[in-house]
Design a protein around this ligand. Structure first.
Ligand code: AHR
Length: 501
């Protein structure tokens, strides 16, 4: 008999899952951009690594955030455009640029390189403008350089630099972590800065042909900060509206832990910390809702993922790609589906080599990490209608007085054209669980049911490398169909089931 049960409420729609929820983040940090995405040795005309471009293209990334991170509020975009040999070398205040490097920035990879990368891999760019040490003029000029189609010096400069047509960059972040590395501002102070920047950047929208800039403000994991920001930023006593389309926060987890040295209790604690994502989404949505409706202002989690202790050992923030981390990503993606009514985008940190990247490289190869496999498995949800699920699951108590139990079986579901997509995860790293799944309004026929499973042959601490990467791919999952669906989920596995009409 099954010890977990999932009911998919096909008639209880939540909202469309914004494809941008599967977005990514790349910063001038360690080997993410230099060596990871771009290298002066590349045979590719644009300097990109063909192997990385190919892996990222296959994943159909909907949106990519750049250039930071903390780097964004120390970055002056004009340093990174024009002839490469004339671009200034600057210190990188926060991060080294490779294992042996000083924290310096060559500016070899700048706006045009990033936007060409986005064109190559078919992704929407999201640029983060410098609020901490920049000014509104610089930010508005960046919009003009990228998007303006008229007869100005900046539009001409873009044309001279090889891009005749405007790039049409839609997403503009105003600052990054402005409560921290982006200027250590109080919520009121950042709200005033945000209004000032949004006035100039937002008004640029009137000069664009398609009028579609979306402006993004930085929030915090401290929800009192978010509430105070929202109150101040929306203080509309002068009756002047200005654009604010999304509010963000960052959620990293696992900072005190090294996966290879951890035990199963620490795995549980790590996974429970990942599940706190739900609390943060609900709290930031409530902070928005108190002042506006959540439909007016979307929630973005524009940095998230596992950040382990060993990543702090050098400024490159590298850590192994493990099954455990991938497991946490699956559970978080399920939470994202369940909150599709408020979430407009998320960006896992950071695309290549850094933190919970999806792609890892060495000099010769690039390969998919287990987290890449999870994104691939969950890809069919993108753009679907999320529907509610009820889950009965075994749990295990965590040590520590204030901590809750870890619920082992996580799941989410979506529908499209009569088909139902269910993803589920067994967060129990010790025991298998059998799961019954009933789909309301549907008596499934075995011929129309397909299942896949990840990591059934691997331990949670299994690490990917160039030689074993192919072994982490999806395998067929046995689904027993008898009115309901039944599956056995091995410890630390992720599965997907599709039921066609
Ligand atoms: O992703 C690494 C860093 O984490 C980013 O630069 C910063 O925004 C966050 O604190």
């Amino acid at each position: 008999m099954a010890n977990a049960r999932i009911t998919v409420h096909t008639a209880a729609a939540i909202d469309r899952i914004a494809p941008e929820v599967h977005g990514h983040f790349s910063e001038h940090l360690g080997r993410c951009i230099y060596e990871g995405i771009w290298t002066s040795d590349s045979a590719d005309e644009g300097g990109f690594r063909e192997d990385v471009v190919s892996l990222l293209s296959d994943l159909e990334i909907p949106v990519l955030r750049w250039p930071g991170g903390c780097f964004a509020d120390d970055y002056h975009w004009e340093d990174g455009v024009g002839p490469r040999e004339e671009r200034p070398r600057r210190r990188n205040l926060f991060w080294a640029q490779g294992p042996e490097e000083l924290p310096e920035e060559s500016n070899a990879f700048g706006t045009d390189e990033f936007l060409q990368l986005c064109e190559r891999i078919g992704t929407e760019p999201y640029l983060a403008a410098n609020v901490g040490s920049g000014d509104p003029q610089e930010a508005a000029d960046w919009v003009e350089y990228c998007n303006y189609d008229g007869d100005t010096e900046l539009a001409d400069r873009r044309r001279e630099n090889g891009h005749e047509e405007p790039y049409g960059v839609k997403y503009w972040g105003l600052g990054n972590e402005n409560w921290g590395c982006g200027g250590r501002m109080s919520p009121e102070q950042y709200a005033r800065e945000y209004r000032r920047f949004a006035t100039y950047v937002g008004t640029m929208d009137n000069l664009m042909l398609d009028h579609e800039l979306e402006l993004i403000a930085c929030g915090f994991e401290n929800h009192e900060w978010n509430r105070r920001f929202m109150e101040e930023v929306r203080d509309n006593k002068w009756g002047v509206e200005f654009p604010l389309d999304h509010l963000t926060l960052h959620h990293y987890y696992g900072r005190t832990m090294t996966v290879s040295e951890a035990d199963e209790e620490q795995y549980d604690e790590f996974l429970a910390e990942a599940l706190e994502m739900e609390y943060h989404i609900e709290r930031i949505a409530a902070a928005i809702d108190a002042v506006a409706t959540t439909r007016d202002i979307g929630v973005i989690i524009d940095e998230w993922g596992a950040w382990h202790y060993e990543a702090n050992a050098d400024n490159g923030l590298e850590q192994p790609g493990t099954v455990l981390d991938a497991l946490s990503a699956a559970a978080v993606l399920d939470i994202f589906n369940d909150h599709s009514d408020v979430l407009t985008m998320t960006n896992i940190a950071q695309t290549v080599n850094v933190l919970q990247c999806l792609v890892e490289t060495d000099e010769n190869d690039a390969w998919a990490r287990p987290t890449y496999r999870v994104f691939d498995l969950y890809a069919p949800h993108k753009g679907n209608e999320a529907v509610q699920t009820s889950i009965e699951t075994p749990t295990r108590g965590l040590d520590g007085e204030d901590e809750e139990d870890l619920p082992f079986v996580q799941a989410s579901a979506s529908t499209r054209d009569g088909a139902v997509y269910v993803t589920l995860t067994n967060l129990d790293c010790r025991e298998a669980h059998s799961v019954d799944i009933s789909v309301e309004g549907l008596v499934p026929d075995a011929a129309n049911v397909e299942g896949s499973v990840l990591f059934a042959d691997h331990e949670p601490d299994a690490e990917v490398n160039a030689d074993n990467a192919d072994e982490f791919g999806a395998r067929p999952l046995d689904v027993d169909v008898d009115g309901t669906l039944s599956v056995d989920l091995e410890p630390a596995t992720v599965a997907a089931i599709t039921i066609e009409e």
